[in-house]
Design a protein around this ligand. Structure first.
Ligand code: KDO
Length: 342
């Protein structure tokens, strides 16, 4: 009987049998524990809420790996930022306290400033452009310093969605000037706050998990997120207006602690990468489908959908980024190369 089959029989028989076998001094009684110990633990932490696609994608990752490498990995998924606070995942991965997460361009920019080009509004055109950029030669190039400086290895790029502005009051917004004085919640980092400012609003840093209550109580006037996340986190219950600014075609990068990844066998690395790619594909397809359908859902919920002057937003946001300190770190010619990706 194989070890795995033996483990199964013993587990089915219950703990009593295990104790009895151990008491009888049968050597193989230790086998199940030894097997369990040899599994590679993959701890995953994400702020995503359970109903969101980039939370569900981790189950796809787990199932894919269970099929390609049965019994080799113990994938532990922690949602709602239950294990690590939003934005602290890369440091936890570098320290070896976490194996995987899906990190943002803003997270990466903290140690790799030139990556901030991907935090800028109106640069990536759509999900297709995003996938071509990160899965092509540009991706290969820009991920290199991430592996070295952040000590995390990006494995796949997931489309988080196109970010839109949402307000708790009924309000008409046509241009950035109409967002003047609006307390717009942004995730807590300077790259995110800059985006809020570039949109014309007054950015307020706040963790994702606190947004619902802040909208409900009026601590903030609005927030920005892709529509599928707005549905999953139910922000629409405490908002009245959606302004379709489409200001950031957002990505998150399924990444592995470099140290932990390098400790895997090459064939395991390959399987982990394939599983991450399958998870990203699942997320991307569902999100794109959702984005096409959700406007009607939000209308049915009684929300006002505003189509602003997107050209005015684009012009103003792009000017602010190009004049920023961030733009000075962008590799020469990268913007042009990004624009040329079709
Ligand atoms: C958010 O806090 O608004 C954000 O959308 C930022 C993303 O980078 C990502 O962290 C995301 O939240 C979470 O995964 C929750 O959906």
């Amino acid at each position: 009987m194989s070890h795995t089959a033996l483990e199964h029989v013993l587990r089915k028989a219950g703990a009593g049998t295990l104790a009895l076998v151990a008491a009888l001094g049968l050597g193989f009684a230790a086998a199940p524990q030894a097997l369990a110990q040899s599994k590679q633990v993959i701890r995953i932490s994400t702020p995503a809420v359970p109903d969101d696609w980039h939370a569900k994608m981790w189950t796809v990752f787990k199932e894919n790996l269970e099929k390609s490498a049965p019994g080799e990995f113990d994938v532990q998924i922690h949602l709602n930022a239950a294990l690590f606070k939003q934005g602290t995942e890369p440091a936890a991965m570098a320290r070896g306290n976490l194996e995987m997460s899906a990190i943002s361009a803003q997270d990466i920019s903290k140690l790799v400033p030139e990556f901030s080009i991907f935090t800028a509004g109106y640069i990536i055109r759509d999900p297709d452009h995003q996938q071509k950029v990160f899965n092509g030669p540009i991706g290969e190039e820009v991920f290199k310093p991430v592996v070295q400086k952040l000590e995390v290895t990006p494995l796949a790029t997931a489309y988080l969605g196109t970010r839109q502005v949402m307000l708790r009051e009924d309000r008409s917004v046509k241009t950035p000037a109409d967002l003047k004085g609006v307390k717009l919640r942004m995730p807590a980092s300077k790259e995110w706050l800059f985006l809020g400012e570039a949109l014309g609003a007054t950015p307020m840093p706040l963790a994702y998990g606190e947004v619902y209550l802040a909208l409900q109580t009026g601590t903030i006037d609005g927030q920005d997120n892709p529509l599928p996340s707005v549905r999953a986190a139910k922000f629409y219950e405490v908002s009245k207006t959606i302004v379709l600014t489409g200001h950031l075609v957002d990505a998150i990068f399924l990444s592995y602690s470099t140290k932990a990844f390098n400790a895997l066998k090459p064939e395991q690395q390959k399987k982990v990468r394939v599983a991450a790619e399958a998870a990203a594909r699942y997320n991307n397809a569902n999100r794109i489908k959702d984005e096409a359908e959700l406007i009607d859902f939000f209308k049915a919920q009684g929300l006002k959908i505003v189509t602003p002057d997107v050209a005015a937003f684009r012009k103003s946001v792009q000017e602010k980024y190009l004049a920023s300190e961030m733009a000075k770190t962008w590799p020469k010619g990268l913007l042009e190369r990004l624009n040329a990706v079709r």
